[in-house]
Design a binder for this molecule. Structure first.
Ligand code: ATP
Length: 236
Protein backbone atom coordinates (compact mmCIF):
# COMPACT_ATOMS: atom_id res chain seq x y z
CA UNK A 1 0.00 0.00 0.00
CA UNK A 2 1.56 3.25 -1.18
CA UNK A 3 -0.02 5.54 1.37
CA UNK A 4 -1.67 4.76 4.62
CA UNK A 5 -5.40 4.91 4.05
CA UNK A 6 -5.82 6.45 7.46
CA UNK A 7 -4.22 9.63 6.11
CA UNK A 8 -7.28 10.26 3.97
CA UNK A 9 -9.47 9.64 7.00
CA UNK A 10 -7.99 12.70 8.66
CA UNK A 11 -8.68 14.87 5.67
CA UNK A 12 -11.52 17.17 6.31
CA UNK A 13 -12.22 20.32 4.40
CA UNK A 14 -12.82 22.24 7.56
CA UNK A 15 -9.88 21.17 9.68
CA UNK A 16 -6.91 23.45 9.91
CA UNK A 17 -3.52 22.10 8.79
CA UNK A 18 -1.57 25.35 9.07
CA UNK A 19 -2.41 28.29 11.26
CA UNK A 20 0.01 31.20 11.13
CA UNK A 21 -0.52 34.39 13.09
CA UNK A 22 1.44 37.64 13.08
CA UNK A 23 4.38 36.42 11.03
CA UNK A 24 6.94 39.18 10.47
CA UNK A 25 10.45 39.03 9.09
CA UNK A 26 13.18 41.58 8.68
CA UNK A 27 16.42 41.36 6.75
CA UNK A 28 19.05 43.96 7.63
CA UNK A 29 16.42 46.06 9.37
CA UNK A 30 14.08 45.99 6.35
CA UNK A 31 10.61 44.52 6.89
CA UNK A 32 10.05 41.80 4.29
CA UNK A 33 6.97 40.24 5.95
CA UNK A 34 4.58 42.50 7.83
CA UNK A 35 2.40 40.74 10.35
CA UNK A 36 1.06 38.06 8.02
CA UNK A 37 -1.65 35.67 9.22
CA UNK A 38 -3.25 32.80 7.34
CA UNK A 39 -5.00 29.53 7.85
CA UNK A 40 -4.87 26.57 5.45
CA UNK A 41 -7.19 23.58 5.66
CA UNK A 42 -6.21 19.94 5.41
CA UNK A 43 -6.23 18.85 1.79
CA UNK A 44 -6.28 22.41 0.47
CA UNK A 45 -4.11 23.55 -2.44
CA UNK A 46 -3.10 27.17 -1.91
CA UNK A 47 -1.15 29.24 -4.42
CA UNK A 48 0.84 32.26 -3.26
CA UNK A 49 1.46 34.74 -6.05
CA UNK A 50 2.78 38.29 -6.33
CA UNK A 51 5.52 40.42 -7.78
CA UNK A 52 9.18 39.58 -7.41
CA UNK A 53 10.42 40.65 -4.00
CA UNK A 54 6.93 40.63 -2.42
CA UNK A 55 8.07 38.14 0.24
CA UNK A 56 6.57 34.88 -1.09
CA UNK A 57 9.66 32.69 -0.71
CA UNK A 58 10.43 34.17 2.70
CA UNK A 59 6.90 33.29 3.86
CA UNK A 60 7.13 29.77 2.41
CA UNK A 61 10.46 29.19 4.16
CA UNK A 62 8.94 30.27 7.48
CA UNK A 63 5.76 28.21 7.03
CA UNK A 64 8.01 25.28 6.12
CA UNK A 65 10.04 25.82 9.34
CA UNK A 66 13.23 26.36 7.31
CA UNK A 67 13.50 29.91 8.67
CA UNK A 68 12.17 31.55 11.82
CA UNK A 69 9.85 34.57 12.07
CA UNK A 70 10.66 37.56 14.28
CA UNK A 71 10.03 36.72 17.92
CA UNK A 72 7.08 39.06 18.36
CA UNK A 73 4.59 38.85 21.13
CA UNK A 74 1.63 37.28 19.31
CA UNK A 75 3.50 35.24 16.74
CA UNK A 76 2.19 31.69 16.33
CA UNK A 77 2.69 28.87 13.85
CA UNK A 78 0.72 25.68 14.28
CA UNK A 79 1.25 22.90 11.73
CA UNK A 80 -0.61 19.61 11.93
CA UNK A 81 -1.58 20.46 15.51
CA UNK A 82 2.02 21.12 16.57
CA UNK A 83 3.22 24.46 17.87
CA UNK A 84 6.41 24.46 15.81
CA UNK A 85 7.87 27.70 17.16
CA UNK A 86 8.28 26.06 20.54
CA UNK A 87 10.21 23.05 19.28
CA UNK A 88 13.94 22.70 19.93
CA UNK A 89 16.22 22.30 16.87
CA UNK A 90 16.35 18.50 16.99
CA UNK A 91 12.60 18.18 17.60
CA UNK A 92 11.98 20.56 14.71
CA UNK A 93 14.21 18.55 12.38
CA UNK A 94 12.32 15.39 13.29
CA UNK A 95 8.95 17.12 12.85
CA UNK A 96 10.01 18.45 9.45
CA UNK A 97 11.28 15.09 8.25
CA UNK A 98 8.05 13.39 9.29
CA UNK A 99 5.44 15.97 8.33
CA UNK A 100 6.74 18.25 5.60
CA UNK A 101 7.89 17.76 2.02
CA UNK A 102 9.69 20.34 -0.14
CA UNK A 103 9.82 20.81 -3.89
CA UNK A 104 11.95 23.61 -5.32
CA UNK A 105 12.43 25.01 -8.80
CA UNK A 106 15.93 23.60 -9.01
CA UNK A 107 15.15 20.19 -7.62
CA UNK A 108 18.51 19.77 -5.92
CA UNK A 109 18.87 16.07 -6.57
CA UNK A 110 22.24 14.74 -5.48
CA UNK A 111 24.15 14.14 -8.74
CA UNK A 112 26.21 11.20 -7.45
CA UNK A 113 23.10 9.18 -6.53
CA UNK A 114 20.64 7.61 -8.97
CA UNK A 115 16.88 8.26 -8.95
CA UNK A 116 15.86 5.61 -6.41
CA UNK A 117 18.76 6.47 -4.10
CA UNK A 118 17.80 10.16 -4.14
CA UNK A 119 14.21 9.27 -3.25
CA UNK A 120 15.33 6.99 -0.39
CA UNK A 121 17.40 9.64 1.43
CA UNK A 122 14.60 11.19 3.56
CA UNK A 123 13.37 7.66 4.41
CA UNK A 124 16.83 6.70 5.67
CA UNK A 125 16.92 9.89 7.76
CA UNK A 126 13.54 8.85 9.20
CA UNK A 127 15.08 5.53 10.24
CA UNK A 128 13.56 3.20 7.65
CA UNK A 129 15.49 0.11 6.62
CA UNK A 130 17.07 -0.09 3.16
CA UNK A 131 14.56 -2.75 2.04
CA UNK A 132 11.56 -0.78 3.28
CA UNK A 133 12.81 2.54 1.85
CA UNK A 134 13.61 1.02 -1.54
CA UNK A 135 10.24 -0.71 -1.75
CA UNK A 136 8.39 2.56 -1.04
CA UNK A 137 10.65 4.57 -3.35
CA UNK A 138 10.04 2.10 -6.16
CA UNK A 139 6.27 2.27 -5.64
CA UNK A 140 6.38 6.05 -5.77
CA UNK A 141 8.57 6.15 -8.86
CA UNK A 142 6.19 3.68 -10.54
CA UNK A 143 3.24 5.87 -9.58
CA UNK A 144 5.00 8.88 -11.11
CA UNK A 145 5.66 7.00 -14.35
CA UNK A 146 9.38 6.58 -13.77
CA UNK A 147 9.71 2.83 -13.32
CA UNK A 148 12.04 2.67 -16.33
CA UNK A 149 14.32 5.35 -14.92
CA UNK A 150 14.99 4.28 -11.33
CA UNK A 151 18.67 3.54 -11.89
CA UNK A 152 19.36 6.64 -13.96
CA UNK A 153 21.46 9.45 -12.54
CA UNK A 154 20.06 13.02 -12.55
CA UNK A 155 22.28 13.96 -15.49
CA UNK A 156 20.63 11.16 -17.52
CA UNK A 157 17.09 12.42 -16.88
CA UNK A 158 15.07 15.20 -18.53
CA UNK A 159 14.09 18.27 -16.48
CA UNK A 160 10.54 16.95 -16.07
CA UNK A 161 11.81 13.53 -14.99
CA UNK A 162 14.21 15.08 -12.48
CA UNK A 163 11.35 17.15 -11.09
CA UNK A 164 9.21 14.01 -10.69
CA UNK A 165 12.08 12.30 -8.84
CA UNK A 166 12.17 15.36 -6.57
CA UNK A 167 8.41 15.01 -6.04
CA UNK A 168 8.88 11.33 -5.11
CA UNK A 169 11.62 12.35 -2.67
CA UNK A 170 9.29 14.97 -1.15
CA UNK A 171 6.55 12.33 -0.75
CA UNK A 172 8.41 9.32 0.58
CA UNK A 173 7.75 10.02 4.24
CA UNK A 174 4.06 10.66 3.47
CA UNK A 175 4.17 14.29 4.59
CA UNK A 176 0.98 16.03 5.57
CA UNK A 177 2.07 19.21 3.82
CA UNK A 178 4.05 19.81 0.64
CA UNK A 179 5.71 23.21 0.22
CA UNK A 180 6.63 23.99 -3.36
CA UNK A 181 8.58 27.05 -4.52
CA UNK A 182 8.24 27.65 -8.27
CA UNK A 183 8.00 23.88 -8.84
CA UNK A 184 7.34 24.24 -12.56
CA UNK A 185 9.49 27.34 -13.12
CA UNK A 186 12.17 25.31 -14.82
CA UNK A 187 9.92 23.06 -16.93
CA UNK A 188 8.53 23.20 -20.47
CA UNK A 189 4.76 23.76 -20.77
CA UNK A 190 3.93 20.08 -21.16
CA UNK A 191 6.00 18.91 -18.17
CA UNK A 192 4.63 21.80 -16.10
CA UNK A 193 1.04 20.78 -16.87
CA UNK A 194 1.80 17.15 -15.99
CA UNK A 195 3.34 18.21 -12.69
CA UNK A 196 0.33 20.40 -11.84
CA UNK A 197 -2.05 17.51 -12.63
CA UNK A 198 0.04 15.33 -10.37
CA UNK A 199 -0.38 17.73 -7.43
CA UNK A 200 -4.16 17.52 -7.75
CA UNK A 201 -4.08 13.75 -8.18
CA UNK A 202 -2.00 13.42 -5.00
CA UNK A 203 -4.33 15.69 -3.08
CA UNK A 204 -7.40 13.83 -4.33
CA UNK A 205 -5.92 10.37 -3.64
CA UNK A 206 -3.94 10.97 -0.47
CA UNK A 207 -5.32 14.20 0.98
CA UNK A 208 -2.09 16.14 1.10
CA UNK A 209 -2.07 19.89 1.67
CA UNK A 210 -0.09 21.97 -0.83
CA UNK A 211 1.33 25.47 -0.39
CA UNK A 212 2.77 26.58 -3.70
CA UNK A 213 4.63 29.79 -4.55
CA UNK A 214 4.27 30.30 -8.27
CA UNK A 215 4.44 32.77 -11.12
CA UNK A 216 2.49 30.27 -13.25
CA UNK A 217 -0.95 31.82 -13.68
CA UNK A 218 -2.56 28.59 -14.87
CA UNK A 219 -1.49 26.78 -11.71
CA UNK A 220 -2.55 29.70 -9.52
CA UNK A 221 -5.99 29.72 -11.15
CA UNK A 222 -6.38 25.96 -10.68
CA UNK A 223 -5.59 26.16 -6.95
CA UNK A 224 -8.40 26.06 -4.39
CA UNK A 225 -7.26 29.48 -3.21
CA UNK A 226 -4.97 32.12 -4.65
CA UNK A 227 -3.32 34.47 -2.18
CA UNK A 228 -1.71 37.59 -3.62
CA UNK A 229 1.27 39.11 -1.81
CA UNK A 230 2.51 42.63 -2.21
CA UNK A 231 5.16 44.35 -0.13
CA UNK A 232 5.17 41.72 2.63
CA UNK A 233 1.40 41.41 3.07
CA UNK A 234 -1.56 39.67 1.49
CA UNK A 235 -3.64 41.98 -0.63
CA UNK A 236 -6.46 39.52 -1.40
N1 ATP B 1 18.47 36.01 3.32
C1 ATP B 1 18.16 37.26 2.92
N2 ATP B 1 18.91 38.31 3.28
C2 ATP B 1 18.60 39.56 2.92
N3 ATP B 1 17.49 39.87 2.19
C3 ATP B 1 16.70 38.88 1.80
C4 ATP B 1 16.97 37.51 2.15
N4 ATP B 1 16.00 36.73 1.63
C5 ATP B 1 15.16 37.57 0.97
N5 ATP B 1 15.56 38.85 1.09
C6 ATP B 1 14.89 40.02 0.54
O1 ATP B 1 13.54 39.96 0.97
C7 ATP B 1 12.66 40.41 -0.07
C8 ATP B 1 11.63 39.32 -0.35
O2 ATP B 1 12.29 38.21 -0.95
P1 ATP B 1 11.52 36.89 -1.38
O3 ATP B 1 12.52 35.97 -1.98
O4 ATP B 1 10.73 36.41 -0.23
O5 ATP B 1 10.54 37.46 -2.51
P2 ATP B 1 9.66 36.68 -3.56
O6 ATP B 1 8.31 37.31 -3.51
O7 ATP B 1 9.74 35.23 -3.32
O8 ATP B 1 10.39 37.05 -4.92
P3 ATP B 1 10.61 36.18 -6.28
O9 ATP B 1 9.25 36.07 -6.92
O10 ATP B 1 11.54 37.04 -7.07
O11 ATP B 1 11.21 34.88 -5.90
C9 ATP B 1 13.53 40.77 -1.26
O12 ATP B 1 13.75 42.16 -1.26
C10 ATP B 1 14.81 40.01 -0.98
O13 ATP B 1 15.92 40.67 -1.56
Amino acid sequence: MLFNKSLSKFVSKFTSMIKAENISKQFNGLAVLKNVSLSIDKGEIVAIVGASGAGKTTLLQILGTLDAPEKEHHVRLIINETDVLNLKDQQLATFRNKNLGFIFQFHQLLPEFNAIENVCIPAFIAGKSKTEAEKEAKELLDYLGLSHRIHHFPSELSGGEQQRVAVARALINKPAVIFADEPSGNLDTNSAENLHELFFKLRDNFGQTFVIVTHNEELADLADRKLVMSDGKFVI
